[in-house]
Design a protein around this ligand. Structure first.
Ligand code: BGC
Length: 335
């Protein structure tokens, strides 16, 4: 049975190391219930660290507390920083002008979660309760984030939410990848395939404009595989306006929904989720101390952003007392 090793991660949090028999290693921390490193044992190399990470809790606080973190209760932006829940209007913390990004301020991605290790399933469960009214969201909302490393090299990320009052719940994980292991190298040479025919266009406030547009003939058509670099060079006004991708794709209901291959073909990431969409963000705000411009890409599997205010975007309402489960598998392949 694999042993889950625990070490200090800065002054207050803990780092947990999951390993499998194939030599794949994943470290996660109770600080923000976050993925830290994903270390891929590529033949003839030092393990390749393919997720954007910091060395300690303090470094995350100084650089970016979203990296690899669990984002709850609502991933992405909420227009007007308000929404109706069960017929009642609620106002949320506007941490961007007139918008709520990633659940507001001082929230779960900056807290130390309770942890429970389960060696029998090679998994760790983190739990945290968002108090009623935190950033304006009804609660208390009890959240569990579970990371399981399987022998098929899948990292299974499971989120569960249950609230005492009706609320909104649209969790995601904010991990960024660069399959070269070098976040100073733009991801242009990565080839991505997305089983998704439509994407949501964004307005000038970085919010869905409400349209779900077919990808055919656009720089968003990754159905047959395309290099990120070719996509970045597209003249599509959405790619130009956002200097890359920061967009939700609606996913087809197939076993393999996204595949990304490293420029040297040695590492492949395969994503499958029970969520309707994936937000792919290509680090358009870099450079930062963590990565260069386009130095990583996120794969935020979730319900569509701003679903609570957009007609036809599905529901992210969580009725009181019910449990909602989101499950995403990030599977690694390597040579
Ligand atoms: C959003 C970006 C935002 C980033 C912050 C992503 O999920 O789509 O617009 O800048 O998170 O880390």
């Amino acid at each position: 049975m694999p042993v889950i090793e625990q070490t200090a991660f800065g002054s207050k949090s803990t780092l947990y190391r999951l390993t499998n028999a194939n030599g794949l290693q994943v470290t996660v921390t109770d600080f923000g219930a976050r993925i830290v490193d994903i270390l891929v044992p590529v033949t003839g190399e030092e393990p390749r660290a393919v997720s954007m990470a910091c060395a300690t809790e303090e470094d995350y606080r100084a650089i970016d507390t979203y990296l690899g973190a669990t984002i709850v209760p609502v991933a992405g932006r909420i227009s007007g920083a308000q929404a109706e829940i069960a017929g009642e209007r609620f106002a949320f913390t506007a941490n961007e002008p007139n918008r709520t990004l990633h659940g507001g301020i001082d929230t779960a991605n900056e807290q130390i979660w309770a942890s429970q290790v389960d060696e029998a399933t090679n998994s760790i469960s983190f739990s945290y309760t968002l108090p009623d009214g935190k950033n304006g969201f009804p609660g208390p909302l009890h959240v569990t984030a579970r990371y399981q490393l399987r022998e098929d090299n899948g990292l299974v990320v499971t989120y569960e939410g249950r609230s005492e009052k009706a609320t909104l719940f649209n969790p995601t994980n904010h991990v960024y990848f660069n399959l070269t292991g070098n976040f100073q190298e733009p991801v242009d040479g990565h080839r991505m395939t997305v089983a998704g025919e439509r994407f949501a266009t964004l307005n000038e406030h970085n919010l869905p404009s409400g349209d779900l547009v077919h990808v055919a003939g656009t720089g968003f058509d990754f159905r047959a595989g395309q290099l990120f670099g070719d996509g970045f060079a597209s003249s599509h006004e959405q790619v130009v306006a956002f200097k890359g991708y920061d967009h939700p794709w609606l996913l087809d209901d197939v076993a393999e929904q996204v595949r990304v291959t490293s420029p040297d073909d040695k590492v492949r990431l395969v994503v499958s989720t029970n969520q309707p969409s994936v937000v792919i963000y290509t680090y358009n705000h870099g450079p930062t101390p963590a990565a260069t411009f386009h130095g990583g890409f996120s794969m935020e599997c979730q319900g569509l952003p701003d679903a609570c205010n957009q007609e036809g975007f599905g529901s992210i309402e969580l009725p009181a007392g019910q449990t909602y489960t989101s499950e995403t598998v990030y599977r690694l392949e390597w040579d």
